[in-house]
Design a protein around this ligand. Structure first.
Ligand code: PFF
Length: 455
């Protein structure tokens, strides 16, 4: 989907290519693994409600901001700020992005490794006739092992590295274009099976009925962090992708489509999981194992479950891969352009460094589980710092940059390429990035880390 233009930079050829690449980055483990498990921890419907609010009021405007910064500057995340704000400190926002990318990929690779192991388990029919309790032990015993999860994680990292080096984005995105819709179909089938289980309605009630008394400051911060994580925002991924978008593309429409696709897929995953959680008597706040424990129960109870389970974990791994390449790209672009290292060397160095940190994430599920900071093991710590601190801070600066530094005229000029800008919508957008998004992020952040207390 990308070709060399007559200049030196790649450009996406088709409009669908832009959406496929950005949606490929957005849709991943965040939607299918993380969204259900944190929704489970933070109490269900109220968390979903707040999450959706953040998606519309903060996520969408920040996504449009990243696209606009990227296309305007035609540079990577650091170069973009350097070019648009020469001689200023804005480029450090890019640094923040690299740190976030580094941490996210370290634990992301671990979970993608679990998904690969579950393809193998599915192939060998390991879920058959196991009780919910046995399926839970299967997951826990596996993730606590010192070696096998690490090997799968490293295998996934090598796949990610190979794709980023060879630049077969054309290849992977060509496949992703039909594999991702297939993943959606499977989640819908799983959802139908889940909501027809005995006792399923409790799960739907848990997911959709907001009980605001369950909401905590930490839950609200996690909803914000997850809005950024799930939409791939706050660390320059979509600035980089935006820099490849051609001037005929309607950025606002693309941002709306990507946001919608990402959100719908997360909700579908919730519909496939929570009814089953309640039907099988699983604890919704179980944590990172929730999806891996719940879905095998559903596969057991459906015709063709054997094939569905293989296909599901295979597609989950592909979804993880289209996201992980976009995360690695942020780090590689930094090494390559700022430290002037060749692309291939930069990719290898960053993959090795990230994988080393990732191994500790994997081990913190088992033998290193007792080493904790703020009551979080290393895996959870990296997840928490990146998603709940670095991405919201990145988003805060990006919205301030567009709202105050670039200003309305320049934004209008950029957004009017490839589309008609509706004045009133532009005003809403500027208002959101100038005031609402930064204020909301600041308040939620300070409240979530306990520096400010409401109620
Ligand atoms: N959005 C991805 C997911 O939901 O799995 C994860 C991710 C990708 C986060 C790219 C951040 C990012 F820049």
């Amino acid at each position: 989907m990308s070709k060399k233009s007559s200049h030196t930079r790649d450009l996406f050829v088709s409009k669908f290519g832009v959406i496929a690449a950005a949606a490929g980055s957005a849709v991943g483990l965040g939607n299918i693994w993380k969204f259900p498990y944190i929704t489970g921890i933070y109490g269900g419907g109220a968390f979903l409600f707040v999450y959706l609010g953040f998606i519309v009021l903060i996520g969408l405007p920040v996504m449009l901001s990243e696209f606009a910064i990227g296309r305007r500057s035609r540079s990577n995340a650091f170069g973009a700020f350097k070019k648009l704000a020469p001689g200023s400190s804005w480029k450090y926002v890019g640094m923040l992005g690299v740190a976030a990318a580094f941490m996210i990929l370290a634990f992301y690779g671990v979970v993608a490794g679990w998904s690969i192991d579950y393809i193998v388990k599915a192939l060998s029919n390991s879920f058959a006739s196991k009780t919910p309790g046995e399926l839970e032990s299967l997951f826990i015993n596996f993730t606590e092992l010192p070696l096998i999860p690490v090997l799968y994680q490293l295998f996934f990292m090598v796949l990610t590295m190979a794709i980023v080096i060879v630049g077969v984005k054309d290849g992977i995105e060509k496949y992703a274009k039909f594999l991702m819709p297939l993943l959606v179909v499977i989640i819908i089938v799983l959802g139908i099976r889940a909501i027809t289980l005995n006792g399923a309605s409790e799960g739907l009630k848990f997911l959709f009925y907001p009980d605001f008394s369950k909401l905590t400051a930490e839950g609200v911060l996690s909803a914000l962090g997850h809005a950024f994580f799930s939409l791939s925002l706050g660390m320059g991924t979509l600035i980089t992708y935006g820099s490849y978008i051609n001037d005929k593309n309607n950025l606002s429409k693309t941002a709306v489509q990507v946001t919608l696709a990402d959100t719908v897929i997360a909700i579908l995953a919730g519909i496939a999981i929570f009814p089953a959680v309640f039907a099988f008597g699983i604890e919704p706040g179980k944590g990172p194992g929730l999806v891996f424990i719940t879905l095998p129960n559903v596969f057991q109870q459906m015709p063709g479950g054997y094939f569905f389970s293989i296909l599901f974990f295979l597609l989950l791994t592909v979804a993880a891969l289209t996201s992980s390449i976009s995360i690695l790209e942020v780090v590689v672009a930094y090494f390559k352009e700022e430290l002037k290292i060749k692309r291939k060397t930069a990719t290898i160095i960053s993959t090795v460094l990230i994988s080393i940190v990732g191994v500790f994430c994997s081990l913190s599920m088992g033998i290193l589980g007792d080493y904790k900071l703020f009551d979080l093991n290393f895996f959870d710590l990296l997840d928490w710092i990146s998603a709940n601190m670095l991405l919201p801070l990145g988003g805060l600066f990006i919205s301030l940059f567009v709202g105050w530094y670039l200003g309305k005229d320049l934004v209008q000029n950029e957004l009017s390429k490839g589309s008609l800008v509706i004045k009133s919508l532009l005003n809403v957008f500027i208002f959101l990035v100038r005031f609402i998004a930064p204020a909301a992020i600041a308040i939620v952040f300070l409240n979530g880390i306990g520096l400010l207390r409401f109620g």
